[in-house]
Design a protein around this ligand. Structure first.
Ligand SMILES: Nc1ncnc2c1ncn2[C@@H]1O[C@H](COP(=O)(O)OP(=O)(O)OP(=O)(O)O)[C@@H](O)[C@H]1O
Ligand SMILES: [Mg+2]
Length: 363
């Protein structure tokens, strides 16, 4: 184990040295997440070269990926019994725990606080929206932006693509972005414009975003299944799925298919939240709204996807148009006050309005 650590340390010394001293504490913690990504399958007890090869063929190349796989899926993927698959998963989780990567099943609040310290925040490009998020988009969390068409969901995502590349000291994540486009609305020209307007090198920003256009819900499930591998490969610190539900919503029509659809969405969302925690990455999903005609007061729209998305997203932000501007409202959060703010959409992507009013606390 010690030897392993030493090897990993020397590999990661190079990029960590660039982080400024103010962030030294944070970067130490981040390094422990990197170590996790570098643990090898062959270090898992009970897994020999043959099984390692089968796992590799099934697209599982890191201990983390094995640890977050379901026994049913793994048994199918490597053609073994469910019991054997469960043992492999358990052993991989044991190794992660031994390397102090995953919290044990129960952790004390102060240890949890230590882990939260490794959390990074990415500026959204709007100070008001950052304020609503208490300092920016968090890693180790799934943040959902929902709203009707034209409310600015994709514009938030594009702006985040430009911000994530920036150094941590300047509000970025100093990392890559994976953009999963289910609606075919990603526009490199728009990202180019945003980067330019913000004074960033557009080429560096564009090169930093790996786009995956997905065509149907099975394709999306397949990509999410392998996401851990892509996160490592692209050194991604931000994963965006714009949008999470459109494909499933279009394909699973009628009430009879609802349970199946929800189960599939559930699997995707749980994988996302676990990846966010394990890799210390920020995950952003966008979601549509449906009208709820039974509502007489207030805004008669609510997010689609029902309880599954509502319960899995760590933070939910409702976006809506208000004249030329947009209003963002924190709808669901374990610790943010319920408040709303205004922002605008311009050549910089999303931006503060002229007057930049402070977040208006409702609680
Ligand atoms: N370059 C720009 N300058 C100013 N405003 C822009 C620019 N590009 C886009 N917009 C604004 O952003 C809106 C589109 O927002 P966006 O694409 O984020 O919507 P969305 O919430 O993702 O909608 P959908 O549900 O259809 O995907 C446009 O209607 C326009 O008002
Ligand atoms: Mg959109």
């Amino acid at each position: 184990m010690a030897k392993e650590k030493a090897k990993i340390k020397s590999d990661s010394d190079v990029d960590m040295s660039a982080v400024d001293s103010d962030n030294a504490a944070i970067s130490d913690d981040v390094e422990s997440f990197r170590d996790a990504a570098d643990l090898e399958i062959k270090d898992i007890e009970g897994i020999g070269p043959t099984t390692a090869k089968k796992l590799k063929e099934a697209g599982i190349v890191s201990v983390l990926e094995l640890a977050v796989t379901s026994a049913d899926q793994l048994a199918l993927d490597i053609e073994c019994s469910k019991d054997t698959a469960a043992t492999y998963i358990m052993e991989s989780q044991r190794l992660l725990r031994k390397s102090q990567v995953l919290e044990k099943e129960f952790v004390s609040a102060n240890l949890l606080l230590e882990k939260r310290k490794a959390m990074l925040r990415c500026s959204t490009g709007s100070k008001s929206l950052d304020e609503l998020l208490l300092g920016g988009l968090e890693t180790q969390a799934v943040t959902e932006f929902y709203g009707e068409f034209g409310s600015g969901k994709s514009q938030v995502c594009f702006t985040l693509c430009a911000m994530a590349k920036q150094p941590i000291s300047e509000g970025g994540l100093d990392g890559g972005v994976i953009y999963i486009d289910t609606e075919g609305t990603f526009r490199p020209e728009r990202l180019n414009q945003i980067a330019r307007a913000r004074g960033f090198d557009p080429l560096l920003v564009l090169k930093n975003v790996a786009i995956c256009k997905v065509y149907n819900s099975s394709h999306l499930e397949l990509i999410i299944e392998d996401l851990g591998r892509y996160v490592s490969a692209f050194n991604a610190k931000l994963v965006i799925i714009d949008s999470i539900i459109s494909l499933h919503r279009a394909e699973y029509l009628g009430r009879g298919t609802l349970a199946d659809r929800q189960q599939r969405l559930n699997a995707i969302l749980h994988k996302l939240i676990r990846l966010a925690e394990i890799f210390n990455i920020a995950v952003v999903i966008t979601n549509q709204v449906q009208s709820s005609p039974d509502m007489f007061f207030g805004d008669p729209t609510k997010a689609t996807g029902g309880n599954i998305i509502a319960h899995t997203s760590t933070y939910r932000i409702y976006l809506r148009k208000s004249g030329e501007n947009r209003i963002a409202k924190m709808v669901d959060s374990p610790y943010h006050p319920y408040s709303d703010i205004r922002f605008t959409v311009n050549e910089k992507g999303i931006d503060d309005t002229e007057e930049t009013p402070k977040a208006k606390n409702k609680k």
